[in-house]
Design a protein around this ligand. Structure first.
Ligand code: FES
Length: 119
């Protein structure tokens, strides 16, 4: 499918994240210092939207609900649901569901836009 414009560079502020729909994919886009990252928008554990409360630290993104953590550069799982206390069935979901990496999208800058590659 190729490259798609996600957002103007000027609309994304350092340290902020946005959830966007790009070519029928729902993605999370953010900036760390001078580089951009794009991941699938929903946590792999129980589908919480990572734009709402997700923390970016040490090149990882951590879901606010149960603290599932993935590397931003390749989506590799670092920690799966270590804090599954709320909702109460979160612990069960964490044990029953398959642990998965987070999908990461390639990005580039073109004509002042952040573009992402969707295959
Ligand atoms: S929904 Fe993200 S860790 Fe549970």
């Amino acid at each position: 499918m190729g490259w798609h414009v996600a957002i103007k560079q000027s609309k994304l502020k350092p340290g902020k994240k946005k959830m966007l729909s790009v070519a029928k994919e729902i993605v999370l886009i953010g900036q760390i210092e001078d580089r951009y990252f794009v991941t699938e928008a929903l946590c792999r554990h129980m589908r919480w939207p990572l734009a709402y409360g997700g923390k970016v630290k040490d090149d990882c993104i951590r879901c606010p609900l149960h603290q599932t953590t993935h590397k931003i550069d390749n989506g590799e799982l670092v920690e799966w649901s270590p804090f599954p206390l709320f909702p109460p069935y979160g612990k069960l979901v964490g044990k029953m569901s398959k642990q998965k990496d987070l999908k990461i999208y390639e990005t580039r800058i073109k004509d002042g836009n952040i573009e992402i590659r969707i295959d």
